[in-house]
Design a protein around this ligand. Structure first.
Ligand code: AMP
Length: 418
């Protein structure tokens, strides 16, 4: 039995799975490039203060789920629970917010939340996300949503839904908060203890609660959409106009509040009901005050983040086969001592020609080597024995068709690349 066990809520990406991760990551990079977003990589830990101030200390992420620790000098850091705060910190620190046009960034990497693990929810999980700084035009909201939609479509997913909402700006949000407090107060004793606290700190979060009683009370709560001021409701109408123009299907869901404090105006989620309880594939929204709050200029921002784990679960649920490009081109079978000696040079030549090659010198018989060749999933087998060496040729077998040809090195390379 293994002496050490992986921490609860984490997992290894094993070689039998890693090609799937490479595929979804490469696809995300490709789509981000289509929209001209550039990659940013930030550290996986930051001053915990950064998350407390931006994500908000009433959010579950900060209140309950953050991996916080002190370093040897007593500074308090946290493993990042999400990506936006770090990206905004970097944007401000590196003056990326001074760009006269726009700053368009994407990221990928591990995030950490101490939550109860279940299918689609882990303590270390991998997010992909984008952030767009420099415009509050609703067309940018629509384009950001379109990027996420393009990504899901390029992967072949179909069974997801886009839900959008507007949670207003600071002014209308205040009116709405008061309306919510008035609505929930008579039910105060029925609310769960979390929501009793939320009602004081951030009443919108009560709408997000998964508790059955809270949920059924919240059903009758006033809708944010009735509290939007003119600027916010025009913005929301424009977003819907652009999405319709772009032929992106959506439904308006006024209960989407998102669990993080920094959102303003647009909030959206891509939902896959195949996923059960953890059905949000991607979540995002606008955060116009955040850059200023972190010490930068007053620039608008919008972004989204999604988890690769749930994406892979969705692909599995829709039975979408992920191409495996992580196989060797060639397996080299050597028969006899001469062939083994020559193989040292041949392997180098093949790799110099960009041909991915596998071999096992300890397997001596043809049968053992062919068995290993099959297991390796190589497209071709090169058979090299005394006969071939004498003729300065190679016996090349196509493992898909079973065809075998005696060819020289150049011809062999040509056929492999065909
Ligand atoms: P959030 O940052 O909470 O808005 O989450 C954005 C997306 O990240 C979600 O829609 C999920 O796809 C993914 N995600 C969030 N938390 C987890 C988690 N604990 N495990 C796996 N994926 C997660």
């Amino acid at each position: 039995m293994a002496k050490y066990k992986i921490p609860r809520g984490t997992y290894d990406i094993l070689p039998s799975e890693s090609y799937k991760w490479q595929y979804v990551q490469n696809t995300f990079r490709k789509v981000a490039r289509l929209y001209n977003f550039k990659e940013i990589v930030t550290p996986i830990f930051e001053s915990s203060d950064l998350f407390e101030r931006s994500v908000g200390d009433s959010s579950d992420i900060v209140e309950k789920e953050m991996y916080k620790f002190n370093d040897k000098k007593g500074r308090t850091f946290a493993l990042r629970p999400e990506g936006t705060a770090s990206v905004v910190r970097s944007v401000v620190e590196n003056n990326l917010d001074l760009d006269a046009n726009s700053t368009k960034l994407y990221y990928m990497g591990p995030m950490f939340r101490y939550d109860r693990p279940q299918k689609g929810r882990y303590r270390q999980f991998y997010q992909y996300g984008v952030e767009y700084f420099g415009s509050d035009n609703a067309l940018i909201d629509a384009q950001t949503i379109a990027l996420a939609d393009t990504f899901l479509r390029q992967l072949g997913l179909k069974n997801y839904k886009l839900e959008i909402n507007s949670i207003g700006n600071a002014t209308c949000a205040k009116d709405y908060d008061s309306a919510l407090i008035n609505f929930f107060k008579p039910h105060f004793n029925e609310l769960c203890s979390d929501c009793q606290r939320r009602l004081e700190k951030n009443p919108k979060r009560v709408l997000d609660c998964k508790n059955k009683t809270c949920k059924s009370i919240a059903k009758e709560a006033p809708s944010m959409l009735d509290y939007l001021d003119e600027e916010c409701s025009t913005h929301f109408e424009n977003l819907q106009k652009y999405l319709t123009q772009m032929k992106i299907d959506f439904v308006v869901n006024p209960t989407i509040v998102r669990g993080l404090d920094y959102y303003t105006k647009t909030a959206f989620e891509f939902i896959d009901s195949n996923l059960g309880a953890q059905s949000t594939l991607i979540g995002g929204g606008r955060y116009d005050g955040l850059v200023k709050q972190i010490g930068g200029r007053d620039v608008a921002g919008i972004g989204f983040a999604g988890g690769f784990e749930r994406l892979l679960l969705s692909l599995e649920a829709e039975e979408i086969k992920i191409p495996n490009n992580d196989k060797p081109d060639v397996y080299l079978v050597t028969l006899g001592e001469k062939a083994e000696t020559i193989s040292a040079e041949l392997l180098m030549k093949l790799r110099a020609d960009n041909i991915s090659t596998e071999f096992h010198p300890d397997k001596k018989t043809m049968k053992a080597q062919m068995k290993a060749a099959n297991r390796s999933d190589a497209r071709f087998v090169i058979l090299l024995g005394d006969n071939e060496i004498e003729q300065n040729k190679f016996n090349l077998k196509n493992m898909e068709t079973g065809e075998q040809e005696l060819v020289d090195f150049q011809e062999m390379v040509r056929i492999i690349f065909q």
